[in-house]
Design a protein around this ligand. Sequence first.
Ligand code: NAD
Length: 545
Amino acid sequence: MAHGTFNVPYPVNEPVLSYAPGTPERKALQNAYKTLYEQPPIEVPMYLGANRVITDDKRIMTPPHEHGKVLGHFSYGTSEHVKQAIEAALEAKSAWASLGWEHRAAVFLKAADLIAGPFRAKINASTMLSQGKNCFQAEIDAACEFADFLRFNAFYAQQIHQEQPESSDGIWNRLEYRPLEGFVFAITPFNFTAISGNLPAVAALMGNVVVWKPSDTQVYSAQVIMEIFQEAGLPDGVINMITCDGPVAGDVVFKHRDFAGLHFTGSTGVFRHLWKTIGENLELYRSYPRIVGETGGKDFVLAHPSANVSEVVTGLIRGAFEYQGQKCSAASRAYMPASIWPAIKAEMQSELATLNIGPPNDFGNFINAVIDRRSFDKIKGYIDFAKSAPDAEIVAGGGCDDSVGYFVEPTVIETTNAHFKSMVEEIFGPVLTVYVYDDSASNAFEKVLDLIDSTSEYALTGAVFSNDRYSLDLASKKLEYAAGNFYLNDKPTGAVVGQQPFGGARGSGTNDKAGSYLNLLRWVSPRTIKETLVSPRDYRYPFLG
Ligand code: NAD
């Protein structure tokens, strides 16, 4: 037990390094990338308690920008391995849960310092290589956001522990923030190394033990995360990494009595399926499981006629095409006023023509490849559909090339149909669809707000560009439930931990705001303790007299 109450070092966002020519960070990152690229293929094991498990069922890891290059293999596990992961977690539970929270925080604060320091180049290089991010996209994700998550979470954990109830005369009331009774299952997506690390880590910070299943296309950098957690002193069994087919894992986990919570980030369809499965198995569990899921988006950008053309163009290009549009927050539908659309379109077309496309080790490339064959085919399908549709036209990009890597040009579709397929469905690629509204019509702006609010099932991010204060106020009110992260005169991506807590509602998730204290609260089950200092010795109340 601690002999004191402690203050976590006050968290400050990790500075984003520039990687400009001549900087030491650029050289370190180029060297790290070269080392990983040139080393012999690696073998990634599963981390089940103290065991590093390799199986005969191997899966290949290749860079999205060079599918002929083998980075290594990881082992696919069976339901037996999932059971072993759960057993290892439950075995580690008692010691980890009874460790003072400040010790748990110290492990993750150390991990944050390792990420920001000696592991920075390695975790960035592995993210560039295996997930196809350019150096800036890797830096804001794998280094900065990941370190921020860990540091801010530790600070929020302290604040939560300090939150205590009132006490009255002769009574001391206390609140204990117990970890959940059982284990937490973390399932993570391919697109953010920081999310992959944070989902298991935040639950573990609050005293839980975790079974973690990364995405098949993120295993390469997931191993670096495990290496960092080990180096930071995370005891074996607290976070167990399994690599296997999702349904195989789900079939064991969701039937286990000690399943206590799901921490999911990924697509909406998968999340709904998991929630239903959990619902069907409710009688099997000791407690009602916590279900936290951050899922898909169909994020919008709206311009008012008063908006500045270059600001809109910059917001659209950065918002829609950074990391090839593979961000849940990426702009993918835009509503542009007819009066300024010709100017926006012309400027966007000429700016898009300056974007270089290619592998991330060439730092001049803004656009890299999309994650895998499945994704390439899906995105190409939407582009081909638009090419042949009578109510749509490709006004920029449209080219796809999978000969060496999965490259898709940043593509802009202009449609006259506000409910065109690509205005409604999540594509998760570098495709922006624009609907031009007639801003000379009466109540045009108000009507387009209703259209935005009702077009998609998602409500993750959205942005409004305007220099008219009344229109910003109207948009903020009418779009109150259309986005969990709402931007005024800025692109809808790039949320920073501690500054813009992230998450959406409706089809986009449970909105438990990763990177805020709200998320941490989902991983504890508080116990109230009332202690009476001098207990009464007579049952008779005064009114009985
Ligand atoms: P995905 O849904 O295909 O996969 C996510 C994870 O779920 C992977 O680990 C996958 O293996 C696993 N999975 C799939 N089916 C499963 C099953 N039946 N049982 C158990 N696990 C299963 O998503 P993805 O392609 O990796 O990521 C892209 C999606 O994630 C997009 O929809 C994007 O919007 C969303 N996303 C949302 C946020 C957010 O904060 N809202 C952040 C990042 C990504």
